[in-house]
Ligand binder design. Structure first.
Ligand code: 2AM
Length: 177
């Protein structure tokens, strides 16, 4: 199974984010129910590894904390645009939770993630560049900011490709304290 660990987002927030999901030619917009903030991508593992990961994540003790989504940005290299996303306001608690999740995943036998954690909620992925429209999109939404929400849990998701696109299925939810 293909796994990742993420924060799910309240429906009201996903609705706000949906307001950003138009106006870019060539975008494959993420379905509203799939919007999430990834803490750690794991990838393909067998059932045994998945159980170890679940056990390690179950041992995490961490308090609830507020998080604010704000700003828009892009991932890509040079001319190739990979994705457009909403960012988060600097949040030490999120960094600490992510570090705990990373430790737990490594304790469960997974190789370390070498890339730096850049918290984001992907809105769209691209096969072709939208051209000039990208700049006006960023200008239009530069001041985008959601009301803070309380992070009360995190989720181990499996993902698989169906006809209609990616389906993310919650495998386990880990409550914060
Ligand atoms: P993305 O949103 O920035 O594309 C499910 O696919 C989640 O795992 C997505 O949030 C995705 O990040 C992330 N993801 C997918 N493949 C990845 C990879 N190879 N490395 C890191 N994160 C990945």
């Amino acid at each position: 199974m293909r796994l990742f660990i993420a924060l799910s987002l309240p429906e009201t927030l996903r609705e706000r984010l949906c307001g950003l999901c138009s106006g870019l030619p060539g975008a494959r917009w993420v379905a509203p129910e799939n919007l999430h903030l990834t803490l750690r991508f794991i990838g393909e593992v067998d059932g045994h590894d998945a159980e170890d990961i679940d056990a390690a994540l179950s041992g995490i003790r961490f308090p609830r904390f507020p998080l604010t989504l704000s700003g828009v940005g892009e991932f890509g290299d040079g001319k190739r645009l990979r994705s457009v996303w909403v960012g988060v306001e600097t949040n030490e608690m999120l960094e600490r939770l992510q570090a705990k999740v990373e430790q737990a995943v490594q304790r469960a036998g997974q190789p370390p993630e070498k890339r730096k954690f850049k918290p984001h909620v992907t809105l769209a992925r691209f096969k072709s560049h939208p051209g000039d429209r990208l700049q006006s999109y960023f200008t239009e939404h530069a001041l985008f900011r959601c009301p803070p929400f309380e992070v009360a849990d995190f989720t181990l998701y499996s993902s698989f490709l169906a006809h209609e696109g990616a389906i993310y299925q919650p495998e386990a939810v880990y409550p914060l304290e």
